[in-house]
Write a protein that binds this ligand. Structure first.
Ligand SMILES: N[C@@H](CCC[C@H](N)C(=O)O)C(=O)O
Length: 272
């Protein structure tokens, strides 16, 4: 199996080209690939497969040739991955499967339009965030309150007073299972300037990651909400860099770097 490794602000992925849908990718194989000591290592897997070959998204085939089949590091399936779709687009262009410019990518959360040149930032139209009320989390015994934001996948975005730099997100934070029956991605946020925030994230299925694109949009939504706004552009500083989120009346945009760093075979095929 060929693989390519890439990341968006250090939210890192193993990309598996599978144009004809030949791979049988179970949770155990995904977890083995993502293992940082015994595998390649990653926060998730992006399988690259023709949309029309996948019954779960075949209705998107007329709008998007390629389906981003996203899996978390523990092998679970998620609806969307904002950094993943940007890295996926970078891979499509770099491998000649798509031309630079603007095109659609099929995801379990619907078609996402991406915009990129051969180099530079990748921007994705993330759709309209759905704000579903308030909820709370417990991190190392401290309770934090935040906004339930759905980006196709579930988020709890909490503005907090403690500096995010000092948080320990090693353990699974507590959350309300009635609000989030399928689990949740949890963002903890400090405003650092006007329209700029620092964010740490604990992702469903992957643990703490160094960035999360859907989480960055949820973060901007929570920051805007706290400021009594619904539109504007926010810089979201994460452990792996900075992404930019723009909210307008209709939709949201996520922009930032997306790079490919290596390729190889799994399991290793060695000469000699
Ligand atoms: N890192 C991603 C989100 C990946 C999916 C998430 N862990 C979930 O289970 O919903 C992003 O950049 O959005």
């Amino acid at each position: 199996m060929r693989f390519v490794k890439g990341h968006g602000t250090e939210n890192d992925f193993v990309i598996l080209p599978d144009p004809d849908g030949a791979l049988d990718l179970g949770p155990a194989a995904v977890a083995a690939l993502c293992d940082r000591r015994a595998g390649i290592g990653g926060d998730g897997v992006l399988r690259v497969v023709r949309t029309k070959l996948c019954p779960e998204v075949a209705d998107q085939a007329s709008m998007a040739e390629w389906f981003m089949d996203y899996r978390n590091a523990d092998g679970s399936v998620a609806e969307m991955c904002g950094n993943g779709v940007r890295v996926f687009a970078r891979y499509l262009v770099a491998s000649g499967l798509a031309a630079p410019g603007e095109f659609g990518v099929a995801t379990r959360g619907g078609v996402k339009r991406v915009r990129l040149a051969s180099e530079g930032d990748v921007t994705v139209d993330m759709g309209r965030p759905r704000v579903l009320g308030a909820s709370r989390t417990t991190v190392n015994g401290r309770e934090y309150h935040g906004l339930n934001v759905n980006m196709g996948n579930p988020h709890l975005a909490c503005l907090i007073d403690d500096p995010v730099a000092g948080l320990d997100l090693t353990a699974q934070p507590g959350f309300d299972r009635e609000v989030y029956p399928d689990g949740v991605n949890i963002e903890l946020i400090n405003p650092v300037a006007d329209h700029a925030v620092s964010m740490r994230v604990h992702e469903r299925g992957s643990g703490e990651t160094r960035s999360c694109g859907t989480g960055a949009v949820a973060t901007a939504v929570a920051a805007a909400h706290a400021a009594g706004r619904s539109t504007g552009t926010w810089a979201v500083h994460v452990l792996g860099g900075t992404v930019t989120v723009t909210l307008d009346e209709e939709t949201s945009y996520l922009a930032g770097p997306a790079v490919l760093v290596a390729s190889g075979d799994w399991p290793a095929v060695l000469d000699g």
